[in-house]
Each structure stands twice: as structure tokens, then as C-alpha cells.
Design a protein around this ligand. Structure first.
Ligand SMILES: [Mg+2]
Length: 372
């Protein structure tokens, strides 16, 4: 049960437009899978939310540390990688690579034990969870059409993000929210993401608080990234006074970075991304810290099917978990597995209980994204 091979697989050809000023073309590489094979022939796959070039650079550093390592001790192995890369790591591409390695090792460990990862993470609290369809804001007419498409795919919760929300004026923001609510009706939950991690985000606490009041009028479930990601004092102030729950934390890496956000209650909902922050091991540790501080944890995932599969296993293993993020439409999620994700009539996803992360990757489909 030693690591025999590590393969870096950049995904290209169907990258979803992230809506940032620099855009994202389908041919841009923003997601990368890591496949690890053990010397007894078991394979595990992890997902990293960054480019293959950056992962390959990080692997130059990590490969010697992985040589001869166990495939069934994910927490110890990835903590060793983290501790050993204190000069070049402590976040960024190195941590993103460790994230994919960690997820792949959990997958192998589950297969080696014949158990779902959720059970190995501590136990199974639930067998299904509500995914929220994650999509971008747009001009009202386009927004209406795209929301109708998302509802028709079975989503009972939808998050709308940034472009052009928060970029024009208050009246336009309210028009977008009014359009969304009137399109989906009262029975579909709506979340709003300002995307405050965007470069040179101009708004502060007062803008965020006034916007939150408007969102409360439309029964919005949470308000995400209303401030720049380093403004922890602003978040603390906003969370104390906002009429809707405040969410954030998607760009944080390593569990230590989350501690002040959780201990100081900077957010109502913390959003770790296991494809960036250090993997399932790191997400599990900080999710329990959040639970013990009565801060809700909802995984962030601008994702692949592998990343979503990892989020599902974590959601099964936490005492409180209400949602997972589901980027939609997204070919890397919806067209990568032999059995694609399927929402039930109530808009929930069943959480797999097969060994490992519980999915089988479709090798032909994977090749179409690898080659292009
Ligand atoms: Mg976000």
C-alpha cells in the first residue's frame, strides 16, 4: 500500500466562464485532477482548483516527499507535505496540489478498506443533501432564462454570483434580485454571492449592510463574499448587524487560516474549498472547529465531479450540513462519471456509500477533456 505513481491531469475544453473581467475561455485550464496509483493496483482521484502547470510545478517539490509513502494514511502524509514545504508552501499552488493528493489518498483508503470515505471521516449522519445550483448573474432577460433552465434541471436552491451584481448601482442590484425571486417563486431557495474576492473590490461594510437589508426583503438564504477576503474586521462587524446570514472563506487555505474567522465569528457560514484548502483532511478539521463554535459549514466548490464527490462525503460525515455547491451547467461535473449525478424529486443528491469517494470515472469522457 505504497504510492507507485502520481499523474497530473489538467481539464481543458469545457471550462465554465467565471464571469471575472479577465473571463475564462473553454480552452483555459482552471481545474486539474490528480490520480494516484498504489503498488497493489488501487487508484484514487483528487481534484485541484488550479491549472495543471501550477500543479506540476508544485509536484516537483512534493514528489520526493511522496516517494515510498503510504496510500492509506491521508492525514499524516498530507500533513507531512505541508510541514515540509514551509518555505515554498503555506498556501498557494503547493497547498492546492496537496488538496488533490489528499482527496486521492482518501479515495484509495476507502477502496482499500471497502468503506465510503464518509464512514472513515467519522461516521454517516445523512444519506442525501440539497445541492444549490451555482450560476452567475446576468442582464435581467438572460438571467430569467438561465434561472428557468436551472429550475427545470431540478434544483430547489440556486446561488447567483457577481457579474454585474454590485458593479452598477443599488437600483440595478434590486432589479436583479426581484427578477430572480419572481422567476423561481417562493419555493426555490436563493443565495447571493457578491464575489468580493474579485480584484480591487470597492465596497465596504456600509454598502454590504445596506445591500443585506435589501436581500432580506427577498428572503435570501445567505449573502456571500460581500467584502474583500482580507477584511476580517469588516466581516465581524457585518455579521453582527446583517439581517441575512453572511458567508465567506472560499479563498482561505490551510486550517490555521480559518481559526480567527471561526473563533471570532467573522461569518455565519464558513465555506472551505477542499480542492484548494488542503483537502478533505483539512476541511474535516476546520468543519469540526466550526461546528463547535456553532458556525455553519457549507463546502465551496467551483468544481469538478471529483470535487463534488469529495464534498458529498464530507457533508455526510458532519453533524450539521445543509447544502453542497453544484456549479451548473458544467461538463466537468455533469459529463465525467459513468453514473452522472441525479437530483431526486425534492432536489436532493443521494450521497454514495460505495467504497472510497463512491464513483467511477468515465475514461473516454476524461480523455476528451485531457486531449483538447
Ligand atoms: Mg463565492
Amino acid at each position: 500500500m505504497k504510492i507507485a505513481n502520481v499523474e497530473v491531469i489538467p481539464l481543458i475544453g469545457a471550462t465554465v466562464d467565471g464571469g471575472w473581467p479577465q473571463g475564462h475561455e473553454p480552452e483555459e485550464n482552471l481545474h486539474t485532477l490528480i490520480e494516484i496509483t498504489s503498488d497493489d493496483g488501487i487508484t484514487g482521484i483528487g481534484s485541484c482548483f488550479t491549472s495543471g502547470a501550477l500543479i506540476r510545478g508544485a509536484m516537483e517539490l512534493l514528489d520526493p516527499l511522496l516517494a515510498g509513502e503510504s496510500t492509506v494514511e491521508p492525514e499524516r502524509v498530507t500533513e507531512k507535505l505541508r510541514q515540509a514545504t514551509f518555505w515554498q508552501g503555506r498556501g498557494g499552488a503547493v497547498e492546492h496540489a496537496i488538496s488533490g493528493i489528499d482527496i486521492a489518498l482518501w479515495d484509495i483508503m476507502g477502496k482499500a478498506c471497502g468503506q465510503p470515505v464518509s464512514r472513515l471521516l467519522g461516521g454517516i449522519y445523512r444519506d442525501r443533501i440539497k445541492p444549490y445550483g451555482s450560476m452567475l448573474f446576468d442582464e435581467p432577460d438572460v438571467l430569467r432564462t438561465r434561472l428557468q433552465e436551472t429550475v427545470s434541471r431540478g434544483f430547489k436552491a440556486i446561488k447567483l454570483g457577481w457579474r454585474p451584481f454590485g458593479r452598477r448601482d443599488r437600483k440595478f442590484d434590486e432589479l436583479l434580485i426581484r427578477t430572480a425571486r419572481s422567476t423561481v417563486g417562493e419555493d426555490v431557495e436563493l443565495m447571493v454571492d457578491a464575489g468580493g474576492s474579485e480584484q480591487f473590490w470597492p465596497h465596504g461594510v456600509n454598502w454590504a449592510r445596506e445591500t443585506a437589508k435589501m436581500l432580506a426583503d427577498y428572503d435570501i438564504v445567505w449573502f456571500e463574499e460581500a467584502l474583500p477576503p482580507d477584511d476580517i474586521e469588516g466581516y465581524i462587524e457585518l455579521t453582527k448587524t446583517s439581517p441575512v446570514p453572511i458567508a465567506g472563506g472560499e479563498v482561505l487555505t490551510r486550517r490555521q487560516s480559518f481559526i480567527p474567522w471561526i473563533e471570532r465569528r467573522a461569518v455565519d457560514i464558513i465555506q472551505p474549498d477542499c480542492t484548494k484548502n488542503g483537502g478533505l483532511s483539512e476541511s474535516r478539521r476546520l468543519a469540526w472547529l466550526a461546528f463547535d463554535h456553532n458556525v455553519q459549514m457549507v463546502s465551496h466548490g467551483w468544481n469538478t465531479a471529483v470535487g463534488l464527490a469529495a464534498d458529498l462525503q464530507l457533508a455526510a460525515a458532519m453533524p450539521v450540513a445543509r447544502y453542497v455547491e453544484y456549479l451548473t451547467p458544467c461538463a466537468y461535473i455533469e459529463n465525467l462519471f459513468v453514473e452522472p449525478f441525479e437530483l431526486d424529486a425534492e432536489g436532493f443528491l443521494q450521497i454514495p456509500t460505495r467504497p472510497g469517494l463512491g464513483f467511477e470515472i468515465d475514461r473516454d469522457k476524461l480523455e476528451t477533456f485531457r486531449r483538447r
